[in-house]
Design a protein around this ligand. Structure first.
Ligand SMILES: Nc1ncnc2c1ncn2[C@@H]1O[C@H](COP(=O)(O)OP(=O)(O)OP(=O)(O)O)[C@@H](O)[C@H]1O
Ligand SMILES: [Mg+2]
Length: 449
């Protein structure tokens, strides 16, 4: 348990300088620790919860001020860092600011400035600590393994994860884009007995067809032109852990029989290899496509689909669990407060009303991005600047659309959204709740690319 005092750590190789700083900064509500070397400071830092580190940039030994700064930044702590620098090293100090130091002081240290900067840095540190405490409370209370929500629909998902994780069954995660399929895959791995083993993720839609076979199954030296060495595939790499096949619907038909064999036998044969290798596999796959439909269209093998969906976890769209919106908003705003280092309290009443009414075609990802946009563009602690795209789509509902061909509506929505995002196709696709590929296909149809 920490006390209510601020813990400061002063680091300087000159004892006189240390004593002088200490004297200036001493106060009833502060505990001042000192160190003369970077090594000593590192040990103290790791042992104590330090709120403010004031370190000389130049220290004897391996660990200098910059290294201490990096140490503080690498850990998820609320430690602020002030660096002290002699003449001629101001450039380094500026570099340090870029790396996340709160401020720097030049020698000889001006006492008034030291006091002022210390006060301010401690204020920031307090705020961050409060945020972190809130965040961890949130993490613990309203979700499961970083998946936020308490609605019956999402709690059912948690129950299924808990039920399937300990056994090695193959799981297919389905759900619209942005509903949290990747988080669920992570959770399945992390609560399983394989948590210590590797978690290997393969995005099947991002790998070109020509490379996918060797990427998944590996190859031996000389298996094809350019195969200058032997390499294990993703399946082999995941042995003992979990392999997540994302966008499984995009695995080319040609490779599906081989994939099926790996799943059935838990063995893999590298391209150009002479034997099979036994693996300890756990396969989780995910898709936002309707695979039954793909089977009907002859794009996906039925036997493979049966094999993949021994257990399915279907993620509800956000519009079916709107009661989770306030919690998600709170969670994302806490994270944004930390990232942007300012206190964001929440949404205005009007903004929350819009959020509750909106249908969120891009689901939680769209919600997260909307909040990011709002936080970046508004300095207020209470955000009210709901993005235009969301307001527009909402008012759309009231408009008289009867008799307008769906195609025309779709085209107008796509082109306007694209304009809204300054031509950024990825963001536009997300806002529209469609895949990037679909967006490209539609634009091609309209003759826009
Ligand atoms: N319940 C949740 N709690 C907190 N964050 C969430 C939740 N669901 C999704 N997110 C966040 O929303 C974003 C999208 O989630 P994720 O990548 O898991 O979606 P997905 O279903 O895999 O989407 P896609 O089909 O587009 O790949 C991520 O940043 C994720 O962390
Ligand atoms: Mg995903």
């Amino acid at each position: 348990m920490r006390d209510n005092k601020d813990h400061l750590l002063l680091v300087d190789d000159e004892v006189a300088q240390l004593e002088a700083l200490k004297e200036v900064l001493e106060a009833d509500d502060r505990v001042i620790h000192t160190a003369q070397t970077g090594e000593q400071a590192k040990r103290l830092f790791e042992k104590l919860e330090i709120d403010l580190l004031i370190a000389d940039l130049m220290l004897p030994g391996e660990i200098g001020g910059i290294e201490l700064l990096e140490l503080a930044r690498a850990q998820e702590t609320s430690t602020e860092v002030i660096l002290v620098t002699g003449h001629g090293t101001v450039d380094n100090a500026i570099e340090a600011m870029k790396k996340g130091a709160y401020d720097y002081l030049t020698k000889p240290v001006d006492i008034r400035r030291l006091r002022a900067v210390t006060e301010k840095a401690l204020e920031v540190s307090h705020m961050l600590r409060r945020q972190r405490e809130l965040e961890s409370a949130l993490r613990g209370e309203s979700g499961f393994m970083g998946i936020i929500g308490e609605s019956p629909a999402i709690v059912r998902v948690f129950e299924r994860i808990k039920a399937v994780a300990p056994i090695d069954s193959t799981v297919l995660i389905t759900g619209e884009s942005g509903t949290g399929k990747e988080l669920v895959a992570d959770a399945i791995h992390n609560v399983s007995r394989r948590a210590e083993g590797p978690l290997v993720k393969v995005n099947c839609s991002a790998i070109p067809e020509s490379l996918m076979e060797s990427e998944l199954f590996g190859h031996e030296k000389g298996a094809f032109t350019g195969a200058t060495d032997s390499r294990p595939g993703k399946f082999e790499q995941s042995s003992g852990g979990t392999i997540v096949l994302d966008e499984i619907g995009d695995v080319p038909l040609r490779l599906q029989p081989k994939l099926l064999r790996v799943l059935e036998n838990s063995t893999v044969e590298r391209l150009g290899g002479r034997g099979t290798k036994q693996l300890d596999l756990r396969v989780v796959s995910s898709t936002n496509r309707d695979l039954d439909e793909a089977v009907r269209k002859g794009e996906f093998r039925q036997d493979l689909l049966y094999r993949l969906r021994v257990v399915t976890i279907d993620l509800p769209p956000l519009r079916c669990r709107k009661e989770d919106i306030p919690r998600l908003v709170e969670y994302f705003l806490k994270r944004l407060s930390l990232q942007l280092r300012r206190e964001i309290e929440g949404l205005s009443e009007e903004a929350m009303a819009v959020f509750m009414e909106y249908e969120w075609p891009g689901n939680i990802r769209e919600l997260k991005h909307a909040l990011e946009q709002m936080a970046i563009f508004s300095p207020d602690p209470i955000l009210s600047n709901v993005p235009e795209t969301i307001i527009k789509k909402r008012t759309f509902e009231g408009a008289n659309l009867s008799g307008i061909p769906i195609r025309d509506l779709e085209k107008q929505a796509i082109l306007e959204t694209l304009k809204e995002f300054g031509g950024d196709k990825k963001q536009a696709a997300e806002a529209l709740g469609i895949g990037l590929r679909t967006l490209y296909r539609k634009l091609e149809e309209y003759g826009e690319i």
